[in-house]
Design a protein around this ligand. Structure first.
Ligand code: NIG
Ligand code: FE
Length: 409
């Protein structure tokens, strides 16, 4: 048993709603707080001195100075398993080139596919671990990671094995997702529906057998997959036992409607969602995931986060960290920027980075500081939780704990 504290404030994020708007005065703020942990879980959260009195035998991890404690962040959407970079694409975008012009000059998602195919599983795992450890040092204690740059059976499997290898070498929980349905691979001879059929028949069973992922994703967009084919694919994947999620409404509307109709755990992007899509998402159990890093990387507007919350949706915020549209990967900075443009309360931002993001991954054991949850948390050198968003991502956690153990970085 270990008692950690005293913290100037503990922001527990306990007892907040799963869906809809949240005012800051709904936040539970524990002054002079302590957290008692045992076996990687939280046994109690409360007044530090009181916890010390009741638990005389607990080892004490004494915190000096002013620090604010928050749950670890959950990044519920990344493409962290990649090789190389796409700075050439980015420079072309800055010079005003269109998506199509970039793709025609050898850029775009296919460029990352080429790079992945040239890279071994071990090298990929090494690259992945460097990014995971940077994310962990910035307070992210659970990271979803998609495949989707292999785009053929053995290459998609290689990506998922690389994620598994990295997970074995990291304290951070890495949650793999199969995104073989990212785009129709250039070297597949057949229609989009044939490719999806091939993934269902030849890839997903192998993933299941090897226990490489329990989630499947698809990119619904012009130039990627259409809603009809995607619906069939997602229904079949669900039948096989996969949780499903969708890259939805990024440039054009359609994906979020499919996500809701198939009961996806989340619909991510939503930059192009309108009133109809917002209403449907809000009435559903599908988490709406905003990806401000992709808006910043592409120079497009943000997902309508305020409207989604006002309509009653569950809003999570994720980094989308990938080499093409979101190379920065700084989740807290991106969430801070989204909040000032979209007018999100501090409570809504932290909910979106923690327990609401955990819901998008169907994880119910983390995201708030309360008895029985994972002892995943992070401490910031400040005396008021509001300073964290105020510094727009430049104030980083001084200490991060995963399952009760402090990470060294
Ligand atoms: O989430 N939208 C599709 N896929 C990724 C981009 C991946 C890439 O460009 O490599 C995204 O933004
Ligand atoms: Fe993405």
């Amino acid at each position: 048993m270990k008692l950690i504290g005293p913290f100037t404030q503990i922001l527990s994020l306990a007892a907040l709603p799963l869906k809809g708007a949240i005012a800051d005065d709904a936040l539970q703020i524990i002054p002079n707080g302590g957290v008692l942990t045992a076996g990687g879980l939280i046994s109690a959260v409360g007044d530090f001195e009181e916890l010390r009195k009741i638990n005389g035998k607990a080892e004490i991890d004494e915190i000096s100075g002013q620090q604010v404690l928050l749950p670890g962040f959950v990044d519920c959407h990344t493409h962290l398993c990649f090789a190389g970079d796409r700075s050439k694409d980015y420079a072309m975008r800055l010079a005003g080139k269109s998506y199509l012009e970039i793709a025609h000059s050898g850029g775009g998602i296919w460029d990352s596919v080429t790079q992945i195919r040239l890279t071994s599983k071990e090298i990929l795992a090494g690259l992945l671990l460097q990014r995971v450890s940077r994310h962990a040092s910035e307070g992210v204690t659970t990271i979803e990671i998609k495949s989707g740059y292999g785009l053929k059976v053995e290459e998609e499997l290689k990506q998922l094995y690389a994620i598994k290898l990295a997970a074995a070498g990291s304290a951070i929980d890495l949650i793999p997702t199969c995104l073989a349905a990212h785009i129709l691979p250039k070297d597949f001879s057949g229609l989009a529906a044939d490719y999806l059929e091939h993934v269902l028949n030849d890839l997903l069973p192998a993933i299941k057998k090897e226990n490489l992922a329990a989630r499947a994703d698809i990119f619904i967009e012009q130039g990627a997959f259409n809603p009809t084919n995607a619906t069939d694919y997602l229904r079949a994947a669900k039948q096989m036992g996969f949780d499903v999620t969708v890259h939805a409404d990024q440039f054009t509307r359609a994906g979020s409607e499919v996500a809701v109709s198939v009961g996806a755990v989340s619909a991510d992007h939503l930059e192009a969602s309108g009133q109809k899509e917002i209403k449907r998402l809000a009435a559903s159990e599908t988490v709406a995931v905003a990806l401000p890093g992709a808006s910043l990387g592409l120079g497009i507007g943000f997902a309508p986060a305020r409207k989604l919350l006002n309509a009653g949706a569950c809003l999570a915020i994720a980094s989308d960290w990938n080499p093409g549209s979101a190379p920065m990967g700084d989740l807290l900075m991106q969430a801070s920027v989204l909040s000032v443009y979209e007018k999100l309360t501090t409570a809504e931002v932290f909910a979106g980075l923690t327990y609401r993001a955990a819901k998008a991954l169907n994880l119910h054991d983390r995201g708030s500081l309360e008895k029985g949850k994972l002892a995943d948390f992070q401490a910031y050198l400040c005396n008021d939780y509001r300073q964290i968003l105020y510094y727009q991502g430049k104030l980083k956690p001084a200490r991060v704990w995963k399952k009760g153990s402090q990470l060294n970085h």
